[in-house]
Design a protein around this ligand. Sequence first.
Ligand code: KIV
Ligand code: ZN
Length: 382
Amino acid sequence: MFYTENKDRKIRIFDTTLRDGEQTPGVSLSIEDKINIANQLDALNVDVIEVGFPSSSKGEMDSAKKIIQQNFDTNICGLARAKKTDIDACIEAGVDTIHLFISTSDIQLKHTIKKTKKQVKEIIADQITYLKDHDVNCLFSAMDATRTDLDYLIDVYQKAEQAGADTINVPDTVGITTPHAMGQLIKKISKEISIPIDIHCHNDFGLAVANSLHGIEFGASQVQTTINGIGERAGNASLQQTVMGIECLLNLQTNIKTEKLYETSKLVERLTGIPILPNTPIIGENAFSHESGIHAQGVISDSETFEPGIMTPEMVGHKRRLVPGKHVGRHAVKTMLSDAGLNPNEEQLNEIVSRVKNLGDKGKKVTDVDLYTIAEVVMNSV
Ligand code: KIV
Ligand code: ZN
């Protein structure tokens, strides 16, 4: 059971579908696609949209500018390395928030930025001071935070706060933390700094959502997510799962219009070409589907018998479905047929159920159309 203390906390949702999500291998969105997704994220009511990395290409700069021209109420953020040129690009694009990042783990200091710990602290102070002179919000990320020496990490975050950062982000860049460790890390950091804490979890071990929820329980007030969990390698924490976890399991609030989750997920699936598996929680085609006779019969009389209840398909803009197959029962078949205007007698119903099961036993997927065809044949002959 979760044990969040302050039940009135509202958690801010920072969406990075257009930045980390677009870093999904094989995904490349056109400017029109990005604008389309940004409009949907605005309608979903996320608190922050990270639109991209303006210094990285002309397309990134143009799409950031075009999204900003839409004049959303949502806060717009751009990514920048801790470099003046990257900060200038974000300012030129016109973002509200700059997400400034620099590596802090030993392995990344040695192999990627080739700087000492002391140099990194100096860069952080200089670049945040420069950024804040331009009157923009600063979200500071210590990249690879979960593999960074804890004393140094706290030192870095304190430097960032002193230099004027508005929020600090704790990224689990390679997805190697666990829920317990993330909770303890956030608890320790929150004792040492006074600005809000954001978390960014990758899904290499399938724990991104669990790690995010634990970070929130222990004090993070903002969480970074992507629609459908897309992102580098195994992706980021899924927005849908994180939001429903926050609201239904932690009993905290977000500003998300959850009834738009399914349509948002479908849009991102179509534009990125990354398919959603049927058994994906919340938005997969099977998330609220029932085939087994026992389950279907239970759900027909009370959906809470075989669904969580605290989360319904209506809450997320999805639909409950009874599906035909070899595990189906008479009750469910009768309901499915009656919903389609077909009302077989008892003898016909038995025959229809038997033919559906036979088909399923042969390893065939039985669709709704197969069921109606079987029913019509049986009702015309038995
Ligand atoms: O995973 C990561 O560390 C990032 C940073 C830019 C925050 O995406
Ligand atoms: Zn990331």
